[in-house]
Design a protein around this ligand. Structure first.
Ligand code: ZN
Length: 318
């Protein structure tokens, strides 16, 4: 599981792999593994004959770097991949809410000392004190912070609290809160070029390639398990029909945003005619795998040598 092939100044979720490292991963896979499309993988589960050392490559979210950086490398080595697209962002300058929130809270040069706001009935009041102005030292700490580790600064703690409260909300509510946070920070909506999603032309070009496939990643990237069955169905079907209209091909695989799903999600996915669904749970795929709970491993930004070791470790996990 990849998300971005890029080298952003901060990568708190460890979702960006530099292009030189990605090319090394692709070489390792080309030489030592059998890279299959997700369609082929799903068919081989159904046939109960998965070739040893098979690997399927997936990219979540639909960042433009997938098209601009990853695709040329994959094409050069002739390896297939599936790209899971969040369609609200297609042809938009808008950033994903998590990227903008990170930019606002961790990297604004000056912020007001006091933050107070209520989200989902939770009153948050945080005094940033001296951190209201971003020191070079704090900037460095934020650039190297891994969000799975204890927040090293008050800004990191505030970011994490906001992220946790915003994540389960529907898109429009997230945007209302984000607008309040922008106002507090004295910022306009962030539209950094490097954080854009693919355009419609790029999606069409990607989909017309015989190597690559597009998959469902919903319209607005909600944490599906936090929502009603109707909302889940709508997010899934609208995304599927958008991609079908855009490319002439009906996508039939999904990756659950944030890996969030419940029984109702699986029912909606089955109703939509999906053949398989990918989680973010770390496990290998075998012939007994549940097609609607397929595991994946998030690939870190590492060299080819480290990637080889990781692949060997992952293969031992079941
Ligand atoms: Zn995602």
């Amino acid at each position: 599981m990849y998300h971005r092939i890029a080298a952003p100044t901060s990568d708190i979720w460890n979702i960006a792999v530099e292009s030189a490292n990605f090319e090394q991963h692709v070489r390792v896979l080309k030489v030592s593994y059998h890279v299959v499309s997700t369609t082929e993988l799903v068919e081989s589960i159904a046939r109960q004959t998965i070739r040893k050392n098979s690997v399927a490559l997936t990219f979540d979210d639909g960042y433009a770097d997938n098209f601009l950086v990853a695709k040329p490398i994959l094409d050069h080595y002739g390896l297939p991949a599936t790209f899971f697209i969040t369609s609200h962002y297609t042809d938009q300058k808008e950033e994903f809410w998590w990227d903008e929130l990170e930019h606002l809270v961790l990297f604004s040069v000056h912020l007001p000392c006091l933050f107070s706001h209520t989200i989902s009935g939770q009153f948050i009041e945080v005094s940033l004190g001296a951190e209201a102005s971003l020191s070079p030292n704090a900037q460095q700490q934020h650039q190297h912070w891994d969000a799975s580790e204890t927040p090293p600064t008050a800004r990191c703690a505030l970011f994490l609290r906001l992220w946790q409260l915003l994540r389960p909300l529907p898109y429009l509510e997230q945007q209302l809160h984000l607008q309040r946070i922008r106002q507090w920070a004295g910022a306009i909506p962030s539209q950094r070029l490097a954080y854009r999603s693919m355009s419609l032309n790029q999606l069409q070009s990607l989909s017309s390639s015989p190597l690559h496939e597009l998959g469902i990643h919903t319209v607005s990237h909600p944490a599906l398990a936090s929502h009603s069955p109707d909302f889940q169905r709508q997010e899934l079907l609208s995304n599927q029909s958008f991609l079908e209209k855009a490319t002439g091909k009906k996508p039939n695989v999904i990756a659950y945003p944030y890996g969030s799903y419940n029984q109702e999600t699986i029912e909606a996915v089955t109703e939509a005619g999906c053949k398989a669904a990918f989680t973010t749970e770390e496990r290998t795929v075998n012939r007994w795998s549940d097609r609607y709970r397929l595991g994946r491993f998030q690939v870190p930004n590492c060299t080819g040598a480290t990637f080889t070791q990781r692949l060997q470790q992952w293969q031992k996990r079941d």
